[in-house]
Design a protein around this ligand. Structure first.
Ligand code: ADP
Length: 194
């Protein structure tokens, strides 16, 4: 089973690329951001908790996030593999994911990072906020907080998988199709060598 992490700062295009990858490779897409937004919409206790952090541009605590991810993965049977989008975002999350996969005799095939610079990120997210209605996309100081969280807590996840030769970087500038072409080229290579 293929387990792929799509990685990068907020606004780097993970969700967009994940949707296209899901179609081409027939994988299940798990976005922790989407899962939290669904919980918020349904006003569940988990959603109410997550909302406190998301509205400030902070990460939701690991324990809550890991538990939600685990439940989601366990609920999906008969899939060829998973794309993790927005998870893991901290070292403890990466450790929990590895442990969970180990229990299933599985492991991460690769982490693919989309590289985009800060100014482009702010521009893209503010632009997305115009149509997404996401509160955390409409305020530049919240966006800057999210970028800070990424730098402080998330970027180390790249190094975590780099140490075991699983991290790869793709340029996140350019058209959606150009980026997709580069991602699929890399991914095909990874799959052949699994
Ligand atoms: P983006 O990648 O644009 O930041 P997401 O939808 O992935 O958007 O995430 C939105 C918010 O959801 C994050 O700012 C964070 O508060 C919360 N979140 C999503 N995934 C995680 C995670 N793995 N750990 C902690 N918080 C998360």
């Amino acid at each position: 089973m293929l387990h792929l992490i799509l990685f990068g700062p907020p606004g780097s295009g993970k969700g967009t690329q994940a949707a296209k990858l899901v179609e081409k490779y027939n994988l299940a897409h798990i976005s922790t951001g989407d899962l939290f937004r669904a919980e918020i919409q349904n006003k569940t206790p988990l959603g109410i908790k997550a909302m406190e952090f998301m509205s400030q541009g902070q990460l939701v605590p690991d324990q809550v996030t890991i538990e939600m991810l685990r439940n989601k993965v366990d609920s999906m049977t008969n899939v060829k593999g998973f794309i993790y989008d927005g998870f893991p975002r901290t070292t403890p999350q990466a450790q929990a994911l590895d442990q969970m996969l180990k229990e299933k005799n599985e492991s991460i095939a690769a982490l693919i990072a989309l590289h985009v610079d800060d100014d482009e990120i702010v521009r893209r997210i503010l632009n997305r906020g115009l149509s997404s209605g996401r509160q955390d996309d409409s305020d530049e100081s919240i966006i800057r907080n999210r970028m800070e969280e990424y730098r402080k807590k998330t970027s180390v996840v790249y190094d975590y998988y780099k140490a075991i030769h699983k991290s790869h970087t793709i340029d996140g500038f350019g058209s959606i199709d150009e980026i997709f072409e580069n991602v699929t080229c890399l991914l095909d290579d990874i799959i052949v060598n699994l």
